[in-house]
Structures are given as structure tokens and as C-alpha cells.
Design a protein around this ligand. Sequence first.
Ligand code: HEM
Length: 214
Amino acid sequence: MRSFTRREITRRKLKAPEAPKDFINCSLAQISKAMDEPVSTFHEENLVQVVIDLFLGGTNTTATTQRWALIYMIQHGAVQGEEPLVTPWLTAPCGTIILPLCRGSVLYDPECWETPPQFNPGHFLDKDGNFVANEAFLPFSAGHCVCPGDQLARMELFLMFATLLRTFRFQLPEGSPGLKLEYIFGGTLQPQPQEICAAPRLNSPSPGPREDGL
Ligand code: HEM
């Protein structure tokens, strides 16, 4: 990852855009400005490390969330109806699976949640089945420690999950002993490796390139 990051930095240095467009470009501009400062945190070594931190912070979290989301979709197979996107479920599971990240936090407070340790879409649905936000749902923390990837993660998860649900119906393979819902602890709480089937929905739009080339 370090050498990949260094290569990306060099690539941007050689290209020198008119207006910096991404994090590395903006940081390089800042590094040039801070060149004469005797003590500055804007230098290339720091940039490499920050890019790596962003990758580490942003991959395991969203990947783990996706994996739990698919497992819970299978557990609650009935909600994968013909029109999965119109159900408020899509909003509810997008974050609920993050609950295991912070034991002892507000995410586990029995005063705020009906069944704190369990995945329970009812935590985010009113009596008519409509989505309702819960103030205690702070998977990205708050205040000074708030996750800088919050918006990106929500967008990424929504797009990926919506595309998967529109394209496939998730189910257990024939002869499967059942879902494994116990987590493995590894920094975050990971689902156990297990086989699941993604059966294409017959009426779904193809996940391939669109005809208009976009
Ligand atoms: C489901 C996805 C994600 C969850 C649940 C999540 C959760 C969190 C939480 C709870 C914290 C605060 C930790 C603390 O209290 O010290 C945090 C920090 C952080 N997150 Fe995320 N995160 C997610 C996605 C991302 C993404 C996509 C990125 C970057 C692209 C990212 C980058 C970071 C970084 C750099 C920090 C440290 C911030 C600092 O210490 O100032 N995270 N994340």
C-alpha cells in the first residue's frame, strides 16, 4: 500500500493540474506552501501515512457492514420482495449492522434499543413500518472523534447495497446447515466465513454497462 500510495503521489506531481481536485493534489499544494516552515505536519511522509490510514479506515468498515447486511437479508428473506427498494428496510439495515463495533456505548444502551445486541429492523421502523431515525444511532461516533468517512460510507453502502438487492435475491445454498450469526472478533466484529447464493432476479436491469455507454 505504501508503494502504491507513493506511485499515486508521483503520478499527480508529474501531472500538475490547474486546480487540485483530490486529496493528494490538495495536500501536495499545501506541502509546497509549507516548504519554508521549520515545523510542519505537511510533508510527504505524512501524506503517505494519511492516505494509508484513509484506506484502512474506509475498507474494513464498509466491507464488514456489507457482509453483515447480506447475512441479515437472508435471515429476513421475506423483505427481499419484488420491489426491495421501496421498502424502508434499505435505510434500516444500512447501518444497523454496525452495532457490534462499540460494546458498552450508546449503541448497546437498553434504554435506547429494544434488543440492543441483536439485529432488529424494528429499531428503525414505526408501528406502520415506516423508517424512523433514532438519535442513539451513532455508528460514526460524534464530536471531535467523528468519522470523516461518514458521508462517503453512507453513500457507498447505499449504492452497493441497493444495486445488489435490485439485481440478486440472496439465499442459502441447498443443503446449507444454516446461517452463522456469531461474530469473530478482529478489531471489528466480523461475520464468519460462509457460503451464500446470489440468485439473479429475472426482472432486474443488467448490472453490466448501459447501452448508452455510461
Ligand atoms: C461503515 C463504515 C464506517 C464506520 C462504521 C466508521 C466508524 C468510525 C468511528 C466510530 C470512528 C471514531 C473512532 C473513535 O472514536 O476514535 C471512525 C474514525 C475514523 N474513520 Fe470511520 N467509519 C466508517 C467508514 C470510514 C470511511 C469510508 C473512511 C475513509 C474513507 C473512514 C475513515 C476514518 C478515519 C480516518 C477515522 C479517524 C478520525 C480521527 O481520529 O480523527 N471511516 N470511524
